[in-house]
Ligand binder design. Structure first.
Ligand code: FAD
Length: 452
């Protein structure tokens, strides 16, 4: 039997932007006083939340043309928490850079689609404007340079664009959590969680070098969350389609984010170009979408873990077959696979980039080697379909989060939801000051509408 002082109230597995957002929320807005954050790497956010792994965009749903109004409302509310956190905690703009954003519609079909979308979305996003050729040229000259003058073109534009270094955001969450000196907050870095087991109302979390005990657990380990869930008998109806995203670099070309219109059937953001978060002289194009049997990009030890997670069952094979045999998805996946192949990849990908910057030369485009993470897309084995968003598996006093895009944008909303859940697991003497959380991060207006 462990002495009470050795038992954590909450153990968080995984210190990406989601795990650290939860740590921040628990330590600042609850009376939970003993929290452990367990991470297999030596520093926070070295996997998908790393600056090199993702598109660095705070997604609000305004220019993501594959989002419905309902999804945009949800994502907007969530991303606004991150925006407000940044405005309060990063006055020097070391974590984010503000750029404008636009989604470019080319041709009759796309311009009609975008006009319709504007009518539907303008109330939710009052800053959103429809802009025409001349104004697009003024804001983004390269988008018009070399473009066919006959081509019909229109854009949905907003000045409200945030490019975020989610790794630095994660570090900021940890630093702010540690300010609560009256609490015991332990960071256990460089130690992989191997196994979680339950004994007498406690979780025993076995790491490489030691074991700790906790009353409740939040597994925020990206794709690994499903592996750990399955090892405990949860999430049996899920598998993962790991969709890697790569990028290409070009010299300075764009002043802000320029998106293309998204294909409706896909859960990923459309290919876009934008300046790097900390270096506006470098433009990043991407991400591509390549299916890989791995849980973490560039980490080949996770191949076997991927197959353990997928389950290797007949149900999993049937689901993958059903999803990938859709001719539209198959063609998309195949094309994206080619984008990463040396020599021919660049020659194919430049066609996508020229939809944004028509005059770009092949010599200006360079594959971003070592960049790009993996989006763990959830496959529902019961419906044999690809889920569009995140997955949360709720167990007995334990929860597991799997976070494909836009998981970094929704990290604080996710943290809020998980905090509510963990408080309910812990019992009546535990409280979450959600009014203060919302007053600090949601702003007056959202605070009122959410607390009704
Ligand atoms: C190409 C691409 C583009 C994207 N673009 C955007 C974007 O523009 N905007 C956006 O909002 N989102 C974007 N995303 C999604 C976003 O990157 C993720 O949703 C987000 O980073 C998930 O954060 P996380 O903390 O859940 O996971 P991660 O950042 O992956 O963190 C999980 C952590 O768990 C740790 N871990 C795993 N297993 C264990 C274990 N057994 N023991 C201990 N620790 C463990 C890992 O080491 C890691 O540090 C993109 C993703 C990709 C791949």
């Amino acid at each position: 039997m462990l002495p009470a002082k050795d038992i954590y109230e909450v153990a968080i597995v995984g210190a990406g932007v989601c795990g650290t957002a939860l740590l921040y929320t628990l330590s600042n807005y609850t009376n939970i006083s003993k929290i452990a954050l367990l991470e297999k790497n030596q520093a926070v956010a070295l996997v998908n939340s790393h600056q090199n792994s993702n598109s660095q965009t705070l997604h609000f749903g305004d220019i993501e043309t594959n989002y419905t109004l309902a999804k945009a409302q949800k994502v907007n509310r969530a991303a606004s928490l991150v925006k407000n956190y940044l405005l309060q905690h990063d006055p020097q703009q070391e974590i984010y850079t503000k750029y404008h954003k636009m989604v470019l519609a080319v041709g009759k079909e796309q311009t009609e689609q975008v006009k319709k979308r504007y009518q539907e979305f303008k109330q939710l996003f009052p800053e959103l404007r429809l802009i025409e050729r001349e104004e697009i040229e003024f804001i983004e000259p390269k988008v018009l340079q070399g473009r066919n003058t006959e081509e019909e073109i229109l854009a949905l534009y907003t000045p409200e664009g945030y490019t975020v270094d989610f790794q630095k955001l994660a570090q900021s969450f940890v630093d702010n959590a540690l300010e609560n000196r009256h609490k015991t907050i332990e960071l256990m870095m460089g130690t992989k969680v191997k196994k979680i087991e339950t004994r007498a109302d406690l979780f025993y979390i076995h790491m490489e070098q030691k074991t700790i005990a906790a009353k409740t657990v939040a597994v925020m380990a990206g794709a690994h969350s499903l592996l750990l869930a399955k090892s405990m008998g949860y999430g049996r109806d899920y598998a993962l389609l790991s969709v890697a995203g790569s990028f290409y670099f070009a010299p300075e070309m764009l002043n802000g984010k320029v998106y293309t219109v998204q294909l409706q059937k896909l859960p990923f953001a459309a290919i876009h170009g934008d300046p790097e978060v900390h270096d506006r002289r470098r433009t990043r194009f991407g991400p591509t979408a390549k299916v890989l049997p791995m849980l973490e990009r560039h980490n080949y030890r996770t191949i076997w873990e991927y197959f353990q997670t997928a389950g290797l069952s007949l149900a999993a094979f049937k689901s993958f077959w059903k999803i990938l045999s859709d001719p539209f998805i198959f063609k998309y996946i195949l094309k994206n696979f080619i984008y990463d192949i040396p020599f021919i990849g660049k020659r194919l990908f430049i066609k996508e980039v020229r939809r944004i910057v028509p005059s770009i030369k092949l010599s200006e485009l360079q594959f971003a080697k070592g960049y790009g993470g993996i989006r763990p897309q959830i496959v529902d084995l019961k419906s044999q379909s690809l889920e569009m968003g995140e997955a949360k598996i709720i167990g007995d006093r334990i929860l597991f989060n799997v976070t494909p895009s836009p998981g970094a944008s929704t990290c604080l909303q996710n943290a809020r939801d998980d905090t509510e859940r963990l408080i309910s697991f812990l019992g009546e003497e535990y409280t979450f000051n959600r009014e203060r959380f919302l007053a600090d991060l949601a702003g007056e207006e959202s605070y009122q509408s959410q607390s009704v």
